[in-house]
Ligand binder design. Structure first.
Ligand SMILES: Nc1ncnc2c1ncn2[C@@H]1O[C@H](COP(=O)(O)OP(=O)(O)OP(=O)(O)O)[C@@H](O)[C@H]1O
Length: 259
């Protein structure tokens, strides 16, 4: 494998909160076009790892590399423009904007500001505004949400909010998308839809994903490689079949000592 195939890597990633070592020397990488699962029991350090990669928490130690560039400690908005996006366990929609508006405001403007700030800036941006709205409509269609485009986002179901959150990543030229529990709080039908969207974005648009998810069926369906965290460390990585039959993983999930 050449290093150019790696889009995202973390090395020695560490986060301490006072005396609590939430993440301790984590190493893993994500290849271009892959869907990698990040799993582990509650409190294993998965979300803290995402928060560091996405620029929301400064690491205590370690290095994060995106497309060969050291991005350790860079801000979320800077990373956004480099094509690194994340979604949240609890959806982050603007409840009092429509679904369409939620997508439109996720589009970056040419100046690097949110499109919202240039919304009233005059004719020079009107063409771009129209292009953003068109992209937002196309995105709604892709997600199967056209019928709720004018609905306030706060009124959407949990699953629809998850789809909208994924849709926000489509308003940017995303290279790597970090999905934090895309299946949480979603009914089984919409869960399949969310999984289909992820597969489609991966196959048709070349998105690379790293996914935190407690639903093992979803992980098994989507992920070629799975990284297992326990007590802030990488316990193992491998295919879902390898992970399922590994005694250390079973122990970590069901209460045994972590090796
Ligand atoms: N801001 C914080 N301050 C103090 N401790 C924190 C903070 N954020 C996380 N922790 C602790 O760090 C550890 C790892 O938490 P984290 O949320 O990363 O785990 P997780 O694997 O994502 O868990 P879950 O599956 O329950 O979401 C936990 O012990 C948690 O209580």
């Amino acid at each position: 494998m050449t290093s150019s195939e790696i889009v995202l890597s973390v090395a020695g990633l560490t986060k301490s909160f006072g005396g609590l070592h939430a993440v301790r020397g984590v190493d893993f990488h994500v290849n271009k076009g892959a869907i990698v699962g990040l799993i582990g029991p509650n409190g294993a350090g998965k979300t803290t790892t995402f928060n560091m990669i996405a620029g929301e928490l400064p690491p205590t130690a370690g290095k994060i590399t995106l497309l060969g560039e050291d991005i350790t400690g860079q801000r979320t908005d800077v990373l956004y423009h480099k094509g690194l996006m994340r979604t949240f366990q609890l959806s982050h929609e603007y409840a009092r904007m429509t679904a369409l508006e939620n997508l439109a405001v996720a589009a970056p403007s040419q100046t690097g500001e949110s499109i919202w700030s240039s919304w009233f800036a005059g004719k020079s941006v009107q063409k771009r505004e129209a292009a953003v709205i068109e992209l937002a409509r196309d995105t709604l269609e892709f997600l199967g949400l056209t019928h709720v485009g004018d609905e306030l986002a706060g009124n959407l179901s949990g699953g629809q909010k998850k789809l909208l959150e994924i849709g926000r990543t489509m308003m940017n030229d995303s290279k790597v998308v970090l999905l934090d529990e895309p299946g949480a709080g979603v009914n089984p039908t919409l869960m399949r839809k969310v999984a289909e969207m992820i597969e489609q974005l991966n196959a048709e648009r070349g998105y690379t994903f790293c996914i935190i998810e407690h639903d093992m069926d979803m992980i098994a369906r989507l992920c070629g490689k799975v990284v297992v965290l326990a007590e802030g460390q990488v316990l193992m990585e491998g295919t879902m079949d390898q992970v399922r039959s590994d005694e250390r993983v079973i122990d970590a999930y069901f209460g045994g000592e972590v090796a």
